[in-house]
Ligand binder design. Structure first.
Ligand code: CA
Length: 231
């Protein structure tokens, strides 16, 4: 089955070049030259991965990223003309999986697309394989790997798939201390792409959600990393 890649980029020439590279690799490609079309194609074309420029007419890339993340866990790679560290942090914070600064080599980008899709497929296959009845109860949390749902006091709480995976990993290793690197390897499972700083970003988001229920299970172990503890 070939994957569908949506390129949302207003530099037409760049979008077309990337489209050709991906087409040669066997991907189905759709181009959108502004943010509004981009959002429309997210619904109509149902991409498996999005290459998303930040500065776009009508709707900007960060807004699109946030909107997509409300409903989908597909990989999003941000393409940016800026190289500021802040932008990178913001993009990863709103749920982008990767961040590439222009100018970049199309071949390198294709390699990243492949890697992200491979990881995404692996995660989903594991979801199916490990699915059967795997449930973890920890304190007020009940996490079901079958349905990828989290409950607090038996009320369902919304986590994205990745947030769920981080929380599930923690809850399955009560009181064990992990470094960011160990968490990244265990949950993301890939060292060469992506960014280790996303670990802290995900933990921050999970903590914020748990905090709404006065839950503080993910502790910082200063100088080492994190641990999950219901005490
Ligand atoms: Ca642009």
């Amino acid at each position: 089955m070939s994957h569908r890649v949506l390129i949302i980029e207003d530099e037409k020439e760049l979008a077309e070049i990337l489209g050709e590279y991906l087409d040669v690799e066997g991907y189905e490609v759709m181009l959108a030259f502004d943010g509004q079309k981009g959002l429309k194609y997210v619904e109509d074309f149902k991409p498996d991965l999005i290459l998303l420029d930040i500065m776009l007419p009508i709707v900007d890339g960060m807004t699109i990223c946030k909107k997509v993340r409300e409903t989908r866990d597909i990989p999003i790679i941000m393409l940016s003309a800026k190289s500021g560290e802040m932008d990178k942090v913001i993009c990863l914070g709103i749920g982008a999986d990767d961040y590439v600064t222009k100018p970049f080599s199309p071949l390198e980008l294709v390699a990243r697309v492949k890697a992200h899709l491979r990881r995404f497929d692996k995660t989903h296959n594991e979801k199916e394989m490990l699915g059967a009845g795997l449930e973890v109860k920890a304190g007020r949390l009940t996490l079901s790997k079958e349905s990828y749902t989290a409950q607090i006091d038996e009320v369902e709480v919304n986590f994205t798939t990745k947030e769920f995976m981080v929380l599930y990993f923690f809850a399955s290793h009560n009181n064990q201390v992990f470094t960011k690197e160990q968490l990244y390897e265990n949950i993301w499972g890939m060292k060469e792409y992506g960014d280790i700083s996303s670990v802290a970003v995900y933990i921050k988001r999970i903590r914020e959600k748990l905090k709404e229920y006065q839950i503080d299970y993910i502790k910082t172990v200063w100088g080492i990393g994190y641990k999950f503890s219901i005490n």
